[in-house]
Design a protein around this ligand. Sequence first.
Ligand code: SF4
Ligand code: MG
Length: 328
Amino acid sequence: NPAVLDINGLCVDYGLGDSAVRAVRDVSLTLHRGEVLGLAGESGSGKSTLAYGVTRLLSPPGVVTGGEVRYHPRDGGSTDILSLSPDQLRAFRWQEISLVFQGAMNSLNPVHTVLSQLTDVLKAHRPGMSRAERIARAEELLALVGISADRLSSYPHQLSGGMRQRVMIAMALALDPEIVILDEPTTALDVVMQRQILRQLARLREELDFAVVFITHDISLLIEFSDRIAIMYGGRIVEQARSKEIYETAHHPYSDGLLHSFPALHGPRRELSGIPGSPPDLTAMPAGCAFHPRCPKAFEPCDQRVPVLQPVEPGSGRTVACWLHADH
Ligand code: SF4
Ligand code: MG
């Protein structure tokens, strides 16, 4: 599939000048049309910051300090998201890329009904739609996420957490975007509800053919629901491969640690050992490979030089940034 989004050398800092802290370091990543790309990593690894940087939703002092983000619409050409004006960006956001934030289910407006929140999005972006058309579309959107139309008149507090999260997903789909970014979309829900929602989303994706960036710290969910996975550590991507490949053999010791931190739903039981130590302090990043203080396999070059992301084999789509797999 062709690319729908190309991220090139993206850097995001918090703060400016001497006190700036780099949260996303030179990240390059391609999202293909219709695929589910999973972003994994512990909290603080830069996953959310990357997503907010890409969609220009960073709040100060977060600032994109380098790189390029190109969006490729279906009708050809490409747009540099980082150079859109605020007006262009507003139109772009729900229409081409939409986001479901971490904890989004609590961001529904408590004093408005589901109907009015869904139709507000349509009103703002589809001024030509009649009221009847907006209501019909709102019903259709709820049906997509498996909620019956009589819930249109409900207020958020009358819905379960799972339903509120479905409403957020319905809103994200309102304008048929090409890309939906989900940041920890189900973390607040119980395991059964999580999988129910993700299965539904997988069906919708097949039906409507949008691409998904799915962000979660739970790599077992990603293995189940993503086509490809990019693993972040200390603001960098340290491994990127097809989900199946990572599941079979994680090349980066950090990926391997993550795989052993979550119970797998299928397949042989893994021993859960977790990863000793804690994520790096962004204000005092270790020299060389940022993972070296925690890495069971660290050796001579690891605390000296930063390993770059490179193909595991020449021409392979799979990449890893680790001296164990470097040929230079
Ligand atoms: Fe471990 Fe060295 Fe690989 Fe970093 S580069 S993950 S420290 S082996
Ligand atoms: Mg986050």
